[in-house]
Design a protein. Sequence first.
Length: 165
Amino acid sequence: MNHEIGFGGGCYWCTEAVFQALRGVQHVEQGFMRSSPPDDAWSEAVIVHFDPAEIDLVDLIDVHLHTHASTSPHSMRDKYRSAIYCNSPQQAREPNAILSEMQDTFSEPLVTRVLSRVDFKSSESKSQNYFNKNSSNQFCERYIEPMLEKLRDEYSHLIVDSEPI
């Protein structure tokens, strides 16, 4: 059964590449998300379609929190909102509980919030599947590859295979 949930945190090229590397993730839609006020400005995000029989929400959230600046209230948070976007109040219960439990594993407060997903618009086709189309460019080598290395080192049990991503 396919489930979906949204994630925002850093650049959508990076976020997309991280989730594409995980087993149980069937598809990643990259684009811009917004919630209700005061979080109604468009912010880079992805929608992750996944099979909970292969990867659970706890693992998705754990990877998300550890592959972007989830404790940093930096000045670019409007463009890169740290969030988990849910389609309903019922869907938001589990991520809220997971964030509360995971907070103890961080030395700083998490800035990641659970928000309602009000709207989503896809990015341009040239931006989609960015890492897989551009893995040798400077941006990918500098920003995306270190995140994928972290997955290989710390989350090898969750990645699609043990070969280099």
